[in-house]
Ligand binder design. Structure first.
Ligand code: FES
Length: 147
């Protein structure tokens, strides 16, 4: 879907456009959107988390591989807007090398900060990544407890 901006009358793609108020992304957001890191699945993952955004219908799934309490690999698949792709990509970079306890401290604000910021109307997109991470960690902890 495309629609013209009320201010400059340029046409942009749906989720990049906020009526009458252009959504401006940082270079880092654009980089992670255009060249997302760690896309894919981990077949023998130690934790998997899936989060959806009821408001927009976007979905993120995150897989983590843990060794000695440290995340050694993280991969994602996201069906969503540019900010959702970028936040998914950056969170995989943020968690790799971190202990589970350290990774758990990563908030949606930390995700946005790592991208040099998100437009206010796109801040909710960072919840997708932070919540999927928390669910992957919960899944990992549940599996560790069982085994
Ligand atoms: S608009 Fe749905 S996560 Fe960004």
């Amino acid at each position: 879907m495309s629609s013209a901006c009320e201010k400059c009358h340029r046409y942009t793609i749906g989720s990049f456009y906020q009526k009458g108020d252009h959504v401006m992304y940082t270079d880092k957001v654009m980089d992670h959107f255009q060249n997302p890191r760690n896309v894919g699945e981990i077949s023998n993952a130690d934790g998997v988390g899936e989060e959806g955004n009821a408001r927009c219908g976007d979905i993120m799934k995150l897989w983590i591989k843990v060794e000695n309490g440290r995340i050694i690999e993280a991969k994602f698949k996201t069906f969503g807007c540019g900010a959702a792709i970028a936040t998914s990509s950056i969170i995989t970079e943020l968690v790799i090398g971190k202990t589970i306890d350290e990774a758990e401290q990563i908030s949606n604000n930390a995700v946005a900060e790592a991208l040099d910021g998100l437009p206010p109307v796109k801040m909710h997109c960072s919840n997708l990544a932070a919540n999927a991470l928390q669910k992957a960690i919960d899944d990992y902890r549940a599996k560790v407890k069982v085994s």
